[in-house]
Design a protein around this ligand. Structure first.
Ligand code: TXA
Ligand code: MG
Length: 335
């Protein structure tokens, strides 16, 4: 965890109480999670959900994740809790994983996006957990950014983007994970990864394969882009400046091309800086995937304001621990 993330001892109990009271009153509260900041509302309040969709500018048929404080609450929101769900929950919750399960009758259509499933997650950030415990019910929360934009990883990102539109922004410092949760769909015949994240497909499979006679994780690269999670739409996670993604090998050529075209570029790369007049700024990405994920969105935001004609990003290695980051860079490049 980063040093500026509050410990449970340093959390202001009055702040948490007031945030929970606002949620009970149907207001919107932005709060930190270990992945990215969420824009929360009472998941059982249709009016609050309508407000949330309006503020976020999100199409009404996109489902939102319901955040919970404990595994006991899962049965209130899911029709059934398969053994696979329990095993994954015990291993990875609280933490950066979302489970898609068949929804219970309690789940409003605006939470499920009209589908028969619900996304559930217990986040590990101490402020999120304190809020969820105090609220004692499900908090629906998409990432606290405008639809299609970059997810916020600190409170300033949220304030600059949503400012007065939310009743409160809880400041929990810098998000320790930095990209959104791994989404595992357990509502069908076999487990599927709908969105890769910092918990890898291999880690999910390792848990599922130990369950005798159960459905295996047949999550494949192909299924990882299954269209059921609108987070897979190309417009997601994108800076306003065009972002182009290049392999390590093609990076020098991409920069030379920019120079030939007399374009100004901002670069985010693992490689050492290349000297070239086309480059207005060079952001060094960490070769450690966890560290890289933590920096990723803040770096994109920074480069978005650099005045460059476009952003050149170097792709990470095609390895399991980099899948979440590669996925977000690909989506940013498609935006
Ligand atoms: O790390 C995270 O997951 C963050 C933090 C705030 O928890 N939340 C987040 O929410 O990324 P959002 O709404 O920006 O992305 C959630 C993704 C969307 O792509 C949505 O379509 C998918 O989860 N999702 C939610 N419920 C679903 C369901 N029932 N079936 C399929 N996909 C679902
Ligand atoms: Mg989002």
């Amino acid at each position: 965890m980063k040093e500026n993330v509050p410990t449970s001892a340093s959390i202001d109990a009055e702040e948490i109480k007031s945030a929970s009271t606002l949620l009970k009153a149907g207001q919107l509260v932005a709060f930190p999670t270990e992945t990215v900041y969420g824009l929360g509302c009472d998941a059982a309040n249709a009016e609050a959900l309508a407000r949330l969709y309006r503020v976020k500018g999100r199409p009404g048929d996109h489902p939102v994740i319901v955040h919970l404080a404990s595994i006991d609450q899962v049965k209130d929101w899911a029709l059934e809790v398969p053994d696979e769900a329990l095993a994954l929950a015990e291993k990875f919750w609280p933490g950066p994983m979302t489970l898609i399960l068949k929804k219970s009758h309690k789940v409003l259509p605006s939470v499920s996006g009209g589908q028969d499933t619900v996304g559930l997650r217990i986040p590990s950030h101490p402020v999120a957990l304190a809020l969820l415990r105090e609220f004692a019910s499900g908090v629906a929360a998409p990432s606290a950014n405008r639809h299609g934009k970059i997810s916020p990883t600190n409170a300033d990102h949220v304030k600059s983007e949503l400012g007065d539109l939310v009743a409160k922004v809880l400041d929990g410092g810098q998000c320790a994970v930095g990209i959104e949760s791994t989404i595992v769909d357990l509502s069908g015949e076999s487990a599927r990864i709908l969105r890769p994240g910092m918990i890898t497909m291999q880690e999910i499979e390792d848990v599922l394969k130990n369950l005798p006679g159960k459905k295996n994780a047949s999550a494949s690269e192909e299924q990882a882009v299954a269209p059921r999670a609108p987070g897979t739409l190309s417009s997601h996670y994108a800076p306003s400046t065009d972002l182009k993604l290049f392999s390590h090998q093609n990076l020098p050529r991409a920069i030379a091309t920019a120079e030939n075209l007399m374009m100004k570029v901002a670069v985010m790369a693992f490689s050492d800086p290349i000297k070239c007049t086309a480059i207005v700024t060079w952001s060094q990405l960490s070769e450690d995937p966890a560290q890289c994920a933590r920096q990723l969105y803040a770096t994109m935001r920074e480069l978005d304001t650099s005045g460059a004609d476009y952003i050149i990003a170097e792709a990470p290695p095609d390895l399991p621990e980099w899948m979440g980051i590669l996925d977000r860079l690909r989506r940013a490049a498609n935006g």
